[in-house]
Design a protein around this ligand. Structure first.
Ligand code: ZN
Length: 306
């Protein structure tokens, strides 16, 4: 349990500062577990892989992109931005998965607004009872009431930020684009070392959407929710992360009975991307790679039955 961790629940929490007025709140990739030895969303979906949320600050306003994995983490983000003089906060969810919304109650106050894509809100409403029973439970699911569908421009202080819906990883994916700095906050649409495939029946759409993303945001820097803390601190990934994600999905969905990538370790599948420095190999993603193979096989079995 978190309480049992040496140094307390924030023992390995880091605040990174990749650009002026842009912060990443990073935890995980430590080799230890945070919550429990049993399989659970917090450890296996987030802490083991490393997780970052972000704040973008302009004057006394801040945009927070994802609510972090616990209310303790979210409260630490809140203290940090308050310490910088922020009095008005907008919280944006990248998608409906537990590791992106769990900390939200700690961010709720009289001067905060929660925003998400329309489907994110309906998914949270559908799953809130399950989330309350999950391990660890999320007893208080904050469902945003400010919703958008395809695209929304927001003013945060003097800055304009853009929200864009992409059907990658989940169909409610929201990426955040900061045009003045050509910065793309990708949520779970892009991960290093490999995308965590969910909604595998939509993989052909995910590929088209990744190509649309590459066309729409050329020559940008990318900050993902699950990536290397060193790379995030140094300013993020290049757009080659999008190309690496496309290549990975392509080899995993090769239209033959058993794609070669299913027999290979992830380390081998992404060898060339790692050599080029587009990806950084992180061993914990071997498990994600095996899960990815399983969900693709399952989606193929289901498609064959229809
Ligand atoms: Zn995630």
């Amino acid at each position: 349990m978190a309480e049992a961790r040496e140094g307390g629940p924030l023992a390995t929490f880091q605040i990174l500062n990749p650009y002026p007025d842009i912060y990443a709140y990073y935890d995980g990739r430590t080799g230890e577990r945070f919550h429990s030895d049993r399989p659970n969303w917090l450890d296996d979906g987030a802490f083991a892989l490393g997780v970052a949320t972000y704040s973008i600050i302009s004057g006394t306003e801040a945009l927070i992109y994802d609510a972090h994995i616990t209310t303790t983490h979210a409260a630490a983000m809140q203290r940090h931005i308050q310490g910088l003089g922020v009095t008005k906060t907008t919280i944006l969810y990248s998608h409906f998965h537990a590791d992106h919304i769990a900390g939200a109650p700690a961010l709720r106050n009289t001067n905060s607004t929660f925003i998400c894509q329309r489907i994110t809100a309906s998914k949270l409403d559908e799953t809130k009872d399950e989330l309350a029973e999950d391990d660890p439970p999320i007893p208080d699911v904050v469902i945003p009431t400010t919703l958008y569908s395809d695209q929304l421009d927001l003013k945060i202080g003097d800055l304009t930020v853009e929200l864009h819906n992409f059907n990658i990883h989940t169909r409610d994916g929201t990426v955040l684009w900061l045009p003045s700095q050509r910065l793309l906050f990708a949520g779970d649409t892009l991960e290093d070392t490999a995308t965590y495939i969910s909604e595998a029946e939509n993989l052909p759409t995910h590929l088209n959407e990744l190509r649309r993303m590459a066309d729409q945001f050329p020559e940008s820097k990318i900050l993902p929710a699950h990536g290397s803390p060193e790379r995030i601190a140094a300013g993020g990934y290049g757009t080659s992360l999008i190309q690496a994600t496309i290549r990975y999905i392509e080899v995993m969905t090769e239209p033959i009975e058993r794609p070669k990538a299913w027999e290979q370790m992830l380390e081998k599948v992404v060898e060339e991307d790692v050599e080029r420095g587009d990806l950084i190999y992180f061993e914990e993603y071997e498990r994600v790679h095996r899960d990815n193979m399983e969900v693709i096989r399952e989606a193929r079995r289901e498609a064959a039955q229809v």
